[in-house]
Ligand binder design. Structure first.
Ligand code: NAP
Length: 298
């Protein structure tokens, strides 16, 4: 049985990956601050010696590198910190993969694009407009430089049930359940990606031994406002609590956001790995309610 090491298993995507890959692989979950899985190994990706030791000792065939500093505003205000996690951390993982012979799958982001065009293809030019996007693009370049047969996947607005922190969808659900009014940008477009779908797509990509860059987002482009309305509709919540605002009026943001970083998923579809549309993905999320381990999100 092949062995897959997952970085960031305490995160939203990493946790789903551990569960999905568990059926077919020997999975080695790793975490930084909190272990969510029995047998998870502490591996701070910033610590090169620790990364090298853990990857040497666990000797994986494949490493799925999902760990990152994902807080876009924190990346903007703590640029050195973001660089150490997303760039140097990725360099440490890539170096260890080369040294110990593991294939690397790097999770990147739609935020490598500037958002001026939308429905980006894999070969469109990247031009990040915030520090988070820049660090992820540098991560991609390092991965390509170090690991010849690597795979780079770019999702967009990853959402789903998670025990540790809110994501866009769980924030909307939580707010509406608590009858809180929420302002949501109507001119900010992405391709919302259900973490469960994404982890299954990555599992299929491993099976098919795919290399190169793939956009692995949800099948539909939507504004955050449209996405929030769809969430309210699916979960039977009060949509009148959602107010459309312009991106420039979202006061809480520190970093710039790409206006339209939606992704074209034709490449992955052409090889028969079809991402779900928004309604199907949200329906799937709703069906999982009984399985959620965090009642505050239900
Ligand atoms: N969320 C999105 O909307 C989105 C969109 C596009 C792409 N992505 C990419 O998808 C991947 C997964 O995102 P996510 O939403 O699942 O992230 P998340 O829930 O924020 O989880 C991030 C994970 O990274 C780990 N991590 C952070 N610093 C670390 C360090 N120094 N050493 C080891 N692990 C560290 C965290 O561990 P601890 O919490 O234990 O520190 C956590 O497990 C990321 O690469 C992200 O860039 C995310």
């Amino acid at each position: 049985m092949k062995k897959v090491l997952v970085t960031g298993s305490s995160g939203l995507l990493g946790g789903k990956l551990v569960k999905v890959l568990h059926d077919e692989y020997e999975v080695v979950p790793t975490h930084n601050t909190e272990s969510l899985f029995h047998g998870s190994i502490r591996m701070d990706i910033v610590d090169g010696d620790e990364v090298s030791r853990v990857i040497e000792e666990s000797s994986p065939d494949i490493v799925v590198h999902a760990a990152a500093e994902t807080n876009v505003d924190k990346c903007e205000t703590n640029k050195d910190w973001a660089w150490s996690v997303n760039v140097l951390g990725t360099k440490n993982v890539a170096e260890a993969c080369v040294k110990f012979g593991a294939k690397l799958i790097f999770i990147s982001t739609d935020y490598v694009f500037d958002g001026s065009k939308g429905l980006y293809r894999e070969d469109d030019e990247a031009n990040p407009i915030n520090h988070y996007g820049l660090t992820k693009l540098k991560g991609e370049e390092l991965v390509r430089g170090y690991c010849q047969d690597s795979t780079i996947v770019r999702p967009s607005v990853v959402y789903g049930w998670h025990t540790r922190k809110l994501n866009f969808a769980t924030w909307v659900i939580d707010s509406l359940r608590n009858r809180k009014r929420i302002p949501v940008a109507e001119d900010h477009y992405n391709s919302p990606t259900l973490a469960d779908d994404l982890s299954e797509i990555i599992s299929l990509m491993i099976k098919r031994k795919l290399c190169g860059v793939y956009h692995t987002a949800g099948a539909e482009r939507a504004s955050r406002y449209e996405f929030a309305l769809k969430i309210a509709e699916t979960f039977g919540l009060d949509r009148s609590l959602i107010s459309p605002v312009r991106m420039v009026d979202v006061g809480a943001w520190i970093a710039l956001r790409p206006r339209d970083s939606s992704l074209c998923v034709d490449k992955i579809k052409r090889i028969g790995i079809g991402p779900s549309d928004l309604s199907a993905a949200l329906k799937r999320m709703k069906e999982q309610i009984g399985c959620s381990t965090n009642p505050s999100f239900i």
